[in-house]
Design a protein around this ligand. Sequence first.
Ligand code: ATP
Length: 361
Amino acid sequence: MAVFKLDNVEDLYEIGSVLGSGHFGQVREVRERATDVLWAGKFLKLKKGAGSRLGLERKSVEKEVEILQSLQHQNIMALKDVFESRAEVVLIVELIKGGELFDFIAEKENLTETEAIEFMKQILEGVRYMHQKTVAHFDLKPENIMLSDKHAPNPDIKIIDFGMAHRFIQGEEYKSLGGTPQYIAPEIINYEPLGTAADMWSIGVITYIFLSGLSPFQGETDEETLRNIVAMKYEFEPHCFSQTSNMAKDFIQKLLVKDQSERMTAEECLIHPWIKPLNRTQIAKRNRSSINMKNFKKFNARRKWKMSFNMVSACNRFCRLQLLCKARGPEQQELRDCESDQEDTGTKPASLLRRRLSSSS
Ligand code: ATP
């Protein structure tokens, strides 16, 4: 079992304002007392006992920490230190000040594909690096792609939230049912053995949304979204993709491939002509094409609305659960909610509403 620092984090860091919240705790700005340097502290609540419904298994936090410790890349959030107490683990990580990439883009009037590609390239470089280290993220989505500093002339992409990540060991078969319906690969839904290719599917979905403001498989309910993914039911709606280059569509088509072994890898993406043009004609095509800004802004506004709606619902569920636990006493319940793309309709397919529940077989 990994041992984290047992010092009281508040002796070494002054705890500041809340930067964000996840399923298992808050992320706060923290100031290192010795140096005055600002960091972010990710406070993760631990399960109180085997029967507890609230909090994370320590094993799961150890996994996130071990993976973050092994990754050092400009486009991946860096881990500095880890503290633990009886009730929680605190990850001291690089402070990422620029907010989410999608929010930054949504503030712009227009964006050419060439400009968009500068961000895509950095995402791919971070992903290529982690895949080379045999780590898959398994939760790539707009919320987990942030910017170092939005006022910098060329802000760095930072990939965050390795709570669902997994390091593959040679010969091991790994299956998982976690993820966010809109972005998950068909092999996750089908509970098949997974590989790093599942992340490449998510990159295909993110690129599709980035260019058109449409989500390729989004249905009325999560079940419908999942059915659309398994059936590979997507198309490039002409009115949303009228400003998109054929190279960009080809890039997406080579990622939204059902067969994992046929899907482009991050390495291959970085040499696809859309990312790395071979001649002047291809450069000109990228410069002439642009992202569908009107639709993108609408998508982002809806996404933010749903996130705040989900947050309120999560708080309500949390309060109800606490009352229930008090009334009933501890229950055996190992499963955890995952993000749903839908409002709290009560129609979520059980198998895909789990986070950090995985199995190796
Ligand atoms: P989830 O339940 O969505 O998986 P989580 O508990 O694993 O979340 P994160 O996704 O890592 O937590 O962080 C929650 C939010 O906190 C992020 O969406 C982001 O807004 C903010 N955040 C996370 N890390 C940082 C950071 N290093 N700097 C600034 N803000 C951050």
